[in-house]
Structures are given as structure tokens and as C-alpha cells.
Design a protein around this ligand. Structure first.
Ligand code: HPA
Length: 171
């Protein structure tokens, strides 16, 4: 309604890629949305978008490539990967983290996917990035707390803000 054409999203996510560590930034290149209620269920709002939206490029390849260039120039190490959307509010069990890894995701979180589906339906281009705030596939003691998530997000936030600022400048 406001005429937004580009949507930039950030989130906190749990890592399920064994190469990820707490504090990593991950560009989302694609997502898996089979664990959430699709926000487009129900009568379609034709004035916003089509009944059956294409999802072949939910995350703009152009924006991803711009962000990678910015990170390279700034000396930031950026991961990239697939984000699996879940409803929460529980964090995942060991078995669920394992399943999410097996189906091809690198990170898991409770937001973003619904927003991206809605934005793509309305014709927006999207860029999204996760802060890996916990690692779900640790075999040993793997308690995850909201406090741990908040602390990791706060620590990585300045790097993410710098990246987003530069990306916005280049839109
Ligand atoms: N799982 C789901 N959502 C999350 C996580 C997680 O491990 N960390 C931050 N948001």
C-alpha cells in the first residue's frame, strides 16, 4: 500500500550447518517453508498479487551479489545458505535440528519466511540475512536460551548494520 519495492529483512537463526558458529552472518539464498502456515492461505487478494506466486527467486540474486561485494570490500566473512522457517516458540529438539539439516537447510528460525512469501506475492524484491545465534546440531549439552540468542545477536549487530547501510546506499 505504501509502494514498497524492496524489502530488507534480518533475523536471529539457529545454525544447522556444521561449518557455522555463533555470531556468523548468513545471507539467505533460499528457504524451506513446510513447517509454517502459509500466509497466503484463504481467499487471494488479487489486487496485491496472483493466486499461485512463483518462488523460483524469493531472494533477489542481484541484491545477494551486491551484499557479497560489500562484505568482500569490508573484509567481512559472510556465510550463505538456506533458511528453514518454523513456527516456534519452542526451540527445536535434537531430532528436529537433525531433520532440518537433512532436508537441506543451513539455518532455522521463527520469522522471515511468512514475510518473504507475502512480499514476493506483492511483487517486492527481497534481501534477507540471519545472525547465527546458536548452533542446534551440537551433540553435547545443547540447551538454547532466549538470553543466549539475544546476546549473540547484539554482538553481531554492528557488522550487520554496516552491511545493510551500505546495501541501502547502493539500492
Ligand atoms: N531455532 C528456531 N529459531 C531460532 C533459533 C533456533 O535455534 N535461534 C534463533 N531463532
Amino acid at each position: 500500500m505504501l509502494g514498497v519495492q524492496t524489502l530488507l529483512i534480518s533475523n536471529a537463526a539457529g545454525g544447522v550447518n556444521a561449518n557455522f558458529k555463533v555470531g556468523d552472518l548468513m545471507i539467505i539464498t533460499d528457504h524451506i517453508s513446510m513447517f509454517i502456515i502459509n500466509p497466503l492461505l484463504g481467499k487471494n487478494e488479487d489486487s496485491l498479487g496472483t493466486r499461485f506466486p512463483d518462488m523460483s527467486e524469493p531472494y533477489s540474486k542481484k541484491l545477494i551479489s551486491k551484499a557479497k561485494k560489500i562484505a568482500q570490500q569490508s573484509g567481512y566473512d559472510l556465510k550463505e545458505g538456506i533458511y528453514c522457517g518454523v513456527t516456534g516458540p519452542t526451540f527445536e529438539t535434537h531430532a528436529e535440528y537433525k531433520l532440518i539439516k537433512i532436508i537441506g537447510a543451513d539455518a532455522v528460525g521463527m520469522s522471515t519466511v511468512q514475510e518473504v512469501i507475502t512480499a514476493v506475492h506483492a511483487g517486492m524484491r527481497v534481501f534477507a540475512m540471519s545472525i547465527i545465534t546458536d548452533v542446534g546440531i551440537r551433540e553435547e549439552d545443547n540447551k538454547i536460551t532466549h538470553e543466549e540468542v539475544l546476546a549473540a545477536a547484539a554482538e553481531a549487530e554492528p557488522k550487520m548494520t554496516a552491511l545493510f547501510k551500505e546495501l541501502i546506499a547502493q539500492l
